[in-house]
Ligand binder design. Structure first.
Ligand code: ADP
Length: 362
């Protein structure tokens, strides 16, 4: 096992105007499960492929443990990759699929069988070892792809959207299985997904990318509690955080009636940069509801999810009508057209620079 270090790793595709991955600095601890997440085209796969050796690195370097692997061919990196399409060999049995890499490496038959059986036990695949992939369910195929990676006992697992071919329910159960399997095996894992829920539920830490640039790398908890900028604030959490521009006044920052805590120093820095507003963030689940006072939200649409409901409404904030989403108790959802009185919960507000997007509040 080993750590992984991206040291200003950069990939500029031939003919590209700007790098697909720009000076990525990221250290992944030995045994850690790190999720790379971001919208389509942000550079997740390129980062993973650079680590795998499938993509040239045009600047900076990549280390696995203390080995510089920047220019090593994939086969010398001691990694195993699980792809989105599992790419199982259709004419081979499950056992042969799982053992194929070892066979190519010249490992003897008895050892291959032992390792394949061990992996099959971990993955509940024992009864299927003699079947062909076409006689398996989607979830079982996915586990064979995992098994193929496990038998190699690599230093690092790389996974590129390995759950995207599964239906919603299977995706949820398989993500739990992969996360607990990774913890049991303790193999350093870099996992790519565009799905922030997957990122937040699986990763020890999550790295958010946008336009080839790393935005924040942190534990899921910190990412949710203290997003570093507007992009991360809007990307992590569902439904997304309400982000509302409000004026900077002598009294500080107000969201409706509520004073939003932010340091004087941060506010004067924003004002010095020429900003007249800041952007306040409140998650839908961080409003207190009352009979009166606070912000008066006109209810336009109510989404009922059983335990919770989400109110999509409008309210006047800082003199302008704004759209707001508010989570409510699923058994007490308000009527469409009614008015909901909400106050952002103390300690659950975020303030960002409107111009740079950087976080200003503590
Ligand atoms: P993601 O995995 O986050 O969806 P990618 O790493 O695949 O993003 O792509 C990052 C950027 O690099 C995108 O703008 C994409 O169009 C570009 N790109 C990806 N692969 C190639 C390639 N082989 N040649 C040129 N540009 C590419």
């Amino acid at each position: 096992m080993a750590s992984v270090t991206f040291d200003k790793a950069t990939r500029l595709y031939p003919g590209g105007e700007k790098p697909a991955v720009d000076q990525l600095e990221l250290h992944i601890e030995d045994g850690e499960f790190l999720v790379l997440v971001g919208p389509s085209g942000c550079g997740k796969s390129t980062s993973l492929r650079m680590l795998a050796g499938l993509e040239d690195v045009n600047g900076g370097s990549i280390r696995i443990g203390d080995r510089d692997v920047t220019h090593l061919p994939p086969k010398d990196r001691d990694i195993a990759m699980v792809f989105q399409n599992y790419a199982l060999y259709p004419h081979m049995t499950v056992a042969d699929n799982m053992g194929f890499a070892l066979k190519i490496a010249g490992v003897d038959k008895a050892t291959i069988r032992k390792k394949v059986e061990e992996a099959a036990d971990i993955l509940d695949l024992r009864p299927y070892l003699d079947r062909k992939p076409k006689a398996l369910s989607g979830g079982q195929r996915q586990r064979v792809a995992m098994g193929r990676a496990i038998v190699r006992q690599p230093q690092v697992f790389l996974m590129d959207e390995p759950l995207s071919n599964l239906d919603a329910k299977l995706r949820v159960s398989t993500r739990t299985q992969i996360a607990s399997l990774q913890r049991r095996l303790g193999i350093t894992t870099v996992y790519v997904t565009h799905d922030q829920v997957e990122a937040m539920t699986m990763g020890d830490r999550v790295a958010v990318l946008k336009d080839g640039l790393l935005q924040q790398v942190d534990t899921p908890r910190n990412m949710y509690d203290r997003p570093a900028n507007l992009f991360v604030a809007g990307f992590i959490g569902s439904p997304a955080m309400n982000l509302v521009e409000v004026p900077i006044t002598d009294g500080g920052v107000k969201f409706g009636e509520s004073v939003v805590p932010v340091s004087r120093t941060a506010l004067s820095a924003a004002a010095d940069a020429g900003d007249r507003t800041v952007t306040v963030g409140v998650r839908p689940e961080h409003f207190d509801l009352g009979e009166e006072g606070g912000l008066a939200v006109t209810v336009n649409v109510v989404e009922e999810l059983g335990a919770d409901g989400y109110v999509y409404g409008t309210a006047e904030v800082g003199g302008v009508q704004r759209d707001l989403v508010v989570r409510v108790n699923g058994r007490q959802v308000p009527e469409k057209g009614s008015t909901l009185h909400v106050t952002p919960r103390s300690g659950e507000t975020h303030v960002f620079s409107t111009s740079s997007g950087e976080r200003l509040s503590d």
